[in-house]
Each structure stands twice: as structure tokens, then as C-alpha cells.
Design a protein around this ligand. Sequence first.
Ligand code: ATP
Length: 389
Amino acid sequence: MGEDLSWFQYEKKDAATSGGLICRTLQTLCKKAVLGYGRSLNCFWKASKTGASEDSWNPWRLNRSCSSRRSVETRNSHLQRSGSSMKQNPKKVFGRVTSWSQYLENGSGKDDGVNISKDHTTDLSELFLGQKFASGTHSRLYHAFYKQQAVAVKLIMPPTEDEALAIRLDQQFSQEVALLSRLRHPNIVQFVSACKNPPVFCVIMEYLPGGSLKNFLHKSEPYSLSIELVISIALDTASGMEYLHSEGIIHRDLKSDNLVMTEDLRVKVADFGVSCLETHKEDMKGYTGTYRWMAPEMIKGKLCSRKVDVFSFGIVLWELLTGLTPYSDMTPVQAAFAVCQKNARPAIPPHCPRVMAKLMKKCWSTNPSNRPEFSEVVKVLEDFRMKSK
Ligand SMILES: Nc1ncnc2c1ncn2[C@@H]1O[C@H](COP(=O)(O)OP(=O)(O)OP(=O)(O)O)[C@@H](O)[C@H]1O
């Protein structure tokens, strides 16, 4: 199974078959539908009502693959009659293209050892997968529709050749699902469903079309964000984090990459793969976040408190004010060493409002108990917003 399970292998093999071509066309069309014709099923309903061309929408249902030749109308009724069986053999239509997704088909789509409520189990017949839009270290994120809602599907495929890593990813998946499924807050990515059909794990969550804050900052000129926008994004992040901490959860990997944006530039906290309950800190020793954002005590492998997130928030605030990557002249390991051994911190940008400079410095204090709680951070930012109006 080893070689066959590589994501890249599948993508290469897919492309080499005519089925692969159909699949890629479908994916492109699907992207067009998702990106170009609106980000909800409305576009599909509109297209089917007006008899628009097939280019408008070509979703690809996971375990009930539909032919690219079908009429929009047929697909519409297909959508409405969830679970209706397909007359054609999907393999004939797509060749090997469904090879990676068939891992979701093989199982029931029900949770297998994942601690989630009945409401959150996955009905795969309701899942239409689109194009891949982002990747994590061991995951791929796909556009999709689930129960008529635009969603992001995160597929995780632990490597077969590295048992220790596979076990860790399995734990991270269970952790992410267990934590995310109980959270509900406007600044936390909303969990929808999850399933675990080894070797593929799947998390379905609300889709945020604005991409990550990191991408947004990279697309912007350095130092170009207005102070209003900086405050708004910082407040969204701090509010999400305040809620998370009030639920007894430490994120442990807060960074601009893990903050995702709506179209109107509101921000939500995502990626709970290495998060943990404050009461279970011991269980999570050895799990690491990302060095450039990491608190010194975490780099040193000490037992961490929720204040590690406050440290990371200080670095995110600096990213917002500068639009730059922290310690960009160093490798991540060099940055970690400098933070721990030399007490290095990013340089406060010129013309930085005093309130913000003070807040950043407090957040990235070496002593965790000198760092503020997120409730205090929210208050400082709200006061500052009032004063700068
Ligand atoms: N719900 C979402 N909507 C839109 N984009 C998202 C969503 N969730 C995550 N992303 C994007 O996908 C990227 C990867 O997601 P995520 O961080 O959850 O994966 P990961 O495997 O944990 O990544 P890493 O290994 O880098 O921590 C994020 O940086 C973000 O840009």
C-alpha cells in the first residue's frame, strides 16, 4: 500500500489517465463554480433554473460520482435525492480518479473511534468534493459542498512508512475533532462534521473564502494595513482566543497561517491539530507549534500554560503592523535559538502607536505570568479603537 498511498502519486497517476483529465476538468469547473459564480449553492440552483451550461457547476460527489455528461437538471435531482445510487460504474467514468477518495467510500463515513456527537457524523452521500485549495504538512484542503453548504474539507493521510508519525497524526486528528466539535464562536472556524476511514481522516468545516491572514499579508505591501484594520483583525483574533481559553483550551500554534478570513476581512481561528485542554497539558508534551511564533518555554519543551498563545498573539500583532515574516533573516531554528538564548524579539516598527508597542512587548514577555490574559488584550484593543475614532 505504501507507494500507492502517496498523495502526489495519486495526483500524478490521475493526471496520466483520461479519467484524470475528466477529473481535472471537473475540478477546474468546480472551482469556477465555487469562485466565479458565488460561494454558495445559490449559483447551482440559479444555473439549473436558467438552464445554464454545464460549465456552471460540475460537482463531484465522493461515493456517488456523477458523469460529466449528465444534464444539470439530472444532477439537481441527484442532489436533492441524497443517497440515490448511480447507474454507471464510477470507475468506468473516471478510471482511477476516485482512487484517493475511495477511502472515504469504503467505510460508512461514521466516526471510527473519534469522539464526536451523533449530530456530527458524516453522511458521505451529501458530500461533493471540489478542487484542492490549500495544503498543510500532512493534509490537503478541498472546496466542497456538504448538505448544501459551502465547506472546506481537510483530508489527512498519515504516512504508512512512519509509524510514529502516523500515530501522532491520528492523535492530532482526534484532538482537533474533539475540541472543534464543541466550540461555537464567531471568531472560531465552525466545525461541521468528521469521519475517520483509515487511511484517510476527514474534517468538514465552514469554508472561509478570504484565505489565510498570512496570504493576505503577503499580498499587501509592508506597513500598508490601516490601523483600523489592524485593530479589527487583532480584536477578532483576541476574541476567538479569549473564548478558547474560557473553554479551557490552549491552541499552541497561533500564527497568521492559522487565521482564516471571510470576504469582508473578519478573522477566525483555525487548525486545532496541536491544541490541548489545559487539564491535559502533560499528554501533549512534545507536540510543537511553529518556531517563529513560539514562546520560549515551549521551545525549551517545558510544561506550557495558556500564556503560550498570548506570546504567539504578540508576534501576530507584529505581523499585522509590519506585514513581514518574523525573523525573516533567520531559519526557524535560528529564530528559536535567538528567542530562547538571546531574548530576541522582532523590532518594534517605526511609527508604531505606543499602545500597540506596549501591548506587543507585554504579550511576548519572557515570564509567562507577565503576559496579559486575552480578556485584557481585548479591553486594551477596544479602548484603543474608541480613542482612535
Ligand atoms: N475552514 C477553512 N476555510 C478556508 N481555508 C482554510 C480553512 N481551514 C484551513 N484553511 C487554509 O488551509 C491551510 C492549512 O490548513 P490547516 O492549518 O488546518 O492544515 P494543517 O495540516 O494543520 O497545516 P499545518 O501542518 O501547516 O499546521 C491554512 O493555512 C488556511 O490557509
